[in-house]
Design a protein around this ligand. Structure first.
Ligand SMILES: [Zn+2]
Length: 171
């Protein structure tokens, strides 16, 4: 297995809480109902490959969800944070950022898929003052059956200052 930049999040998974600043630091109280905690240390490369650390990128939105923010300010940042949530298997974040009208009852992310890379191809609107947004992306994954790509044009809506994933079409 490749290690380093493209290393899948599961390789870096630790028992420590994602917000812990120092490995081994006492984790904060577990806030996940299902017992899972964010899987990456703060200084890990963010799974969305923005070039930022997890803590400075998608991790702050994952960590902020149960504490009242910060929330992703744009459709693209929400999309990136949802991709990263798939990568770290944070089902709570995915469900909470899914619009209630289209949200599934539950998600099973433990299917062995490794999310390897995200390419955001196009955005429409989706800014802090827009009501709707569109993000087209390609997500590269690998599983027991080999490598694959997921292409989607996703639609997002902003309600009460928060962006939600509404639905998407396979591109
Ligand atoms: Zn990110």
């Amino acid at each position: 297995m490749v290690t380093g930049a493209a290393s899948p999040p599961r390789a870096a998974r630790r028992a420590t809480h994602g917000r812990a600043k120092v490995p081994g630091q006492a984790p904060q109280a577990c806030r996940r109902q299902n017992g899972r905690v964010p899987a990456l240390p703060d200084d890990a490369r963010c799974p969305c490959l923005s070039g930022e650390t997890y803590a400075a990128c998608c991790g702050r939105f994952h960590a902020g969800l149960p504490t009242g923010g910060p929330y992703a300010p744009t459709a693209e940042t929400l999309m990136r944070s949802r991709y990263s949530a798939f990568a770290v298997e944070d089902a709570d974040y995915l469900l909470a950022t899914w619009h209630p009208t289209t949200r599934p009852a539950d998600l099973n992310l433990a299917d062995g898929t490794e999310w390897r890379r995200l390419d955001v191809r196009r955005t429409e609107a989706g800014g802090p003052f827009d009501e709707t947004g569109v993000v087209e992306f390609v997500a590269h994954h690998r599983s027991a059956v080999g490598r694959g790509q997921m292409r989607e044009v996703s639609r997002f809506v902003r309600e009460d200052g928060r962006w939600y994933y509404l639905d998407g079409d396979s591109a």
